[in-house]
Design a protein around this ligand. Structure first.
Ligand code: ATP
Ligand code: MG
Length: 426
């Protein structure tokens, strides 16, 4: 035998009580995004590598060092998607959906990045994302940001900060980039090694550096908000006014830039202090240039992506969910009881109850013990006598009281079962 098999580095299994939190998040997302009339989209997990190198940008960390790229048997270069937006845009171009007015959609699924695994940072992780295509109205920015906040509030996640900035339009960013490079060049030797590389490749990303010395140098650097054109400035002010009108608070962070090249104007993150270094739960903004970059018609766009592992970790800190047991356990033993057990379980499930049927061949005492251990409220006990007469024993585990219920008539009365189980109408 070789080494025991393990999940690959940076990947993990999601199961047990944790899966309930994932389901709760997904249910809330469906509900809240549905009410704003966003449509779900599911795109492939792998795409042509070129989609990401063009759409995300060669100078980004993702494209330069984090992609899972491979050649398939037909000699195509494919990449496991590192994020969701590029695939969604590819799909909209392919199905000519940009010609059909404003489009709103959301997605949820696994993403893949070759990163150094640590708490809150994985190689396979999951994002929930939204996109609005075809509107440059600042209300679209406000709407998507508000939806992220509403979702988090509905899950009772507290202590979050909305950080807001504008990276301006392409021209603004070019002027700012030049000013930033001018300012930083004399300090080049003192910057951290990553920032030295970025000084020529992607200088805006230096603003993101966590290195204290680099941060100190940045203290007096030129600031993005001073380089906004009047149009970008007006847009930014309207986004802020809209958020305030909806009762959301935010903090302006002039150093906030997104890692992706296609962002314009609004950039934002929703951060927490509860997760250590991996502080961002949601990241997003406007990317008016992306659709055209990928070969579609010029189409303004705004959206965000939320890291589900980080959100679920926050929910776990508020207390774990408990896995509900079956409401009714069906125990059977002896000759001629097997088929009846199947039928009883089916009837009860048709009533809408959560039912587990024993298939262990254990003695009846052991079957009852399992029913109790799983937290069942009732155990249906089918022995040879019950099979012969159709009069079936139901034991209520909390009190030990037993009822005799006729099969099938007594197993088709939802009110009786609901009342006895104390769960009220379904
Ligand atoms: P970070 O600065 O933490 O690397 P990012 O800017 O790379 O984040 P985005 O590409 O904007 O992140 O992705 C949006 C969200 O997805 C992040 O805010 C985070 O919650 C989550 N996320 C990103 N990378 C990972 C990862 N490797 N593991 C788990 N979650 C991640
Ligand atoms: Mg990252």
């Amino acid at each position: 035998m070789g080494e025991p098999l393990q999940a690959s580095r940076g990947t993990r299994d999601i199961w047990g009580a944790e899966i309930l939190l994932w389901q709760r998040v997904e249910q809330q997302a469906r509900e809240i995004l549905g009410r704003a009339n966003y449509q779900e989209i599911r795109t492939p997990i792998f795409e042509a590598t070129e989609l990401f190198s063009r759409g995300i940008g060669e100078g980004t960390d993702i494209v330069s060092k984090e992609m899972y790229t491979f050649t398939d048997r037909g000699n195509r270069s494919l990449t496991l998607r590192p994020e969701g937006t590029a695939g969604v845009v590819r799909s909209f171009i392919e199905h000519k959906r940009f010609q059909q007015g404003v489009q709103r959609c959301w997605y949820l699924g696994p993403m893949f990045r070759y990163e150094r695994p640590q708490a809150g940072r994985y190689r396979q992780f999951h994002q929930l994302g939204v996109e609005v295509f075809g509107s440059d109205d600042p209300r679209a920015d406000v709407e998507v940001i508000a939806l992220a906040l509403e979702l988090l509030q509905s899950l009772q996640v507290t202590a979050l900060t909305l950080e807001l900035n504008s990276v301006g339009d392409l021209d603004d960013r070019c002027r700012y980039r030049a000013a930033l490079v001018d300012y930083l060049t004399p300090y080049a030797q003192e910057l951290d090694p990553d920032s030295q590389v970025r000084l020529h490749k992607n200088p805006l990303r230096i603003l993101d550096s966590k290195d204290p010395k680099t941060q100190a140098i940045l203290q007096d650097a030129p600031q993005l908000p001073d380089y906004l054109s009047p149009a970008a400035q007006a847009h930014f002010e309207q986004v802020q006014a809209g958020l305030a009108a909806l009762g959301f608070t935010y903090v302006l962070n002039p150093r906030l830039v997104r890692g992706l090249d296609y962002y314009t104007r609004t950039a934002f993150e929703i951060t927490t202090t509860a997760l250590g270094a991996q502080a961002a739960v949601v990241g997003g903004g406007r990317y008016d240039g992306l659709v055209e970059t990928l070969g579609g018609p010029a189409t303004p766009a705004v959206g965000w992506a939320l890291g589900l592992e980080r959100l679920v970790t926050l929910l776990q800190k508020q207390g774990d969910a408990t896995i509900p047991g079956p409401e009714v356990y069906v125990a059977a033993f002896g000759e001629g009881t097997a088929i009846l057990a199947l039928q009883v379980a089916q009837k009860l499930r048709h009533l809408g109850l959560r039912v587990e049927m024993d298939v262990s061949h254990s003695p009846v005492g052991k079957q009852l013990k399992r029913a109790d251990k799983l937290g069942s409220k009732a155990c249906v006990i089918i022995g040879e006598t019950e099979a012969a007469t159709g009069q079936i024993l139901v034991k209520w585990l909390a009190t030990g009281v037993q009822d005799v219920v006729a099969f099938p008539a007594g197993f088709a009365q939802p009110e009786w079962w609901r009342e006895k189980l104390g769960t009220g109408p379904a």
